[in-house]
Design a protein around this ligand. Structure first.
Ligand code: HEM
Length: 395
């Protein structure tokens, strides 16, 4: 099967939602009532404290309601849609593949070379379209690397990984790609069980808790979860970070001159434009949320984006300001499902932007295209720019 190229605009008219700036509405809704019935007839929480309460209280608001939906592409064990105690056991095992000590090695040996290879594609040209040529491509390549997939398999893996990410736009393709990846990974798992290396798949085959190991189906589900959970989020977050920098040249110049600002700049960007704006839960135990009693069986939408723009926590919350004091945001979630890949995501974004700054001197918006293409961040459920036309001083 040949896969259609990734369709950025299709994503936005589809699941991501055709919304340019949702934040004024969130302010009005939050002010009106931090928890209210939304257009889908579900409860939606808008304030930081209530978003945090619902995400932390997995006994009253578990995640199992999204399990069936996710299983279509992820198989029977989609970690993010599973509940305790099954989730806790699985998470403890798969977390062994994400050890902190692996990060330094991944950064130098895997992420840096992937990013450089992408930049090689346009470095000589002095111009690039950074979404198409860079941000959406590199995180799936990083996943291939941390899984230790052989180089010669990348042409098989990459289009299928992107088709899985794109499943909401072309469901048939996404489902077929997921099945093909499943079959492919099955062979790799057998091989790594027999001859383990230092990659995540090998770690998953060896991970042990109370004498128990992961089953093949659990590993196969987890590997496919990494594409939407790890590659899509990071591609969108990197695009929004670059957009924030390119549209705020003074901040960009200061970051270029002082790279020690990178971690706080990344944190501010992820607060300002979380790539995943909302997630959902189902109420299984009657619970008071603010002024509302949420009843058993009712669905609740958790609005991470609104929580991150709460004016009581951040001054001018809608503006991108890498110099503001760091106050914890909630873009990586909180509670038992808190993002397992957040350190990897931060490291990927830092490496991607650092390498761009080093290899593309004087990186700036393309004056002929930036306004003409109406470059902006877009989306309702997922957010990122659809295009980032740039120019720079070619060597
Ligand atoms: C900026 C990038 C990222 C953001 C904003 C992000 C955000 C999130 C959020 C909000 C959740 C919790 C969802 C919920 O509670 O319903 C989550 C879970 C998860 N993320 Fe990330 N993520 C990012 C990058 C990554 C990366 C790079 C990986 C791995 C390669 C990853 C792997 C996961 C996994 C496995 C889970 C499920 C954890 C569980 O259910 O126990 N994420 N992420």
């Amino acid at each position: 099967m040949s896969y259609a190229p990734f369709d950025v605009m299709g994503q936005f008219s589809g699941v991501a939602g055709d919304v340019r700036d949702p934040y004024p509405d969130f302010h009005a809704l939050r002010k009106d009532s931090p928890v209210a019935i939304n257009g889908d007839g579900h409860w939606e929480v808008y304030s930081y404290d209530l978003v945090s309460q619902v995400m932390r209280d997995n006994q009253s608001f578990p995640s199992g309601s999204i399990r069936e939906l996710m299983s279509v592409v992820m198989g029977p064990y989609p970690l993010v849609g599973m509940d305790e105690p099954e989730h806790g056991r699985l998470r403890s095992l798969v977390a062994q593949g994400f050890r902190q000590k692996s990060l330094a090695h991944w950064d130098a040996d895997l992420v840096g070379p992937v990013v450089d290879e992408m930049i090689d594609g346009f470095a000589e040209r002095g111009s690039a379209e950074l979404v198409e040529e860079f941000t959406y491509r590199y995180p799936a390549m990083v996943i291939a690397e941390v899984l230790g997939l052989p180089r010669e398999d990348h042409p098989f893996f990459h289009p299928r990984a992107l088709a899985v990410i794109n499943v909401s736009v072309r469901p048939d393709e996404g489902i077929i790609a997921s099945e093909e990846l499943r079959d492919y990974f099955e062979g790799i798992i057998d091989e790594r069980r027999a001859h383990p290396g230092t990659d995540i798949i090998s770690e998953l085959t060896q991970a042990e808790l109370d004498g128990e190991r992961l089953g093949d189906e659990e590993i196969l589900s987890f590997l496919r979860l990494l594409l939407p959970a790890g590659a899509e989020t990071t591609y969108r977050a990197t695009g929004s970070f670059l957009f924030g920098l390119l549209s705020n040249p003074e901040q960009f110049a200061k970051l270029r001159d002082d790279r020690s600002l990178m971690p706080t700049a990344i944190e501010e960007s992820i607060r300002w434009e979380p790539p995943l704006l909302i997630t959902s839960r189902e109420c299984v135990r009657e619970t008071q949320v603010g002024d509302v009693t949420v009843k058993v069986g009712e669905m609740i939408t958790v609005n991470v984006g609104s929580a991150n723009h709460e004016p009581t926590r951040w001054n001018n919350p809608d503006s991108f300001d890498i110099f503001r004091d760091l106050v914890p945001h909630i873009s990586f979630g909180v509670g038992v499902h808190m993002c397992l890949g957040m350190h990897l995501a931060r490291m990927e974004m830092a490496t991607a932007v650092n390498r761009l700054l080093e290899r593309c001197p004087n990186l700036r918006p393309d004056p002929d295209r930036w306004d003409a293409d109406d470059v902006h961040i877009h989306g309702q459920r997922f957010r990122s720019p659809t295009t980032l036309p740039v120019i720079f001083d070619a060597p």
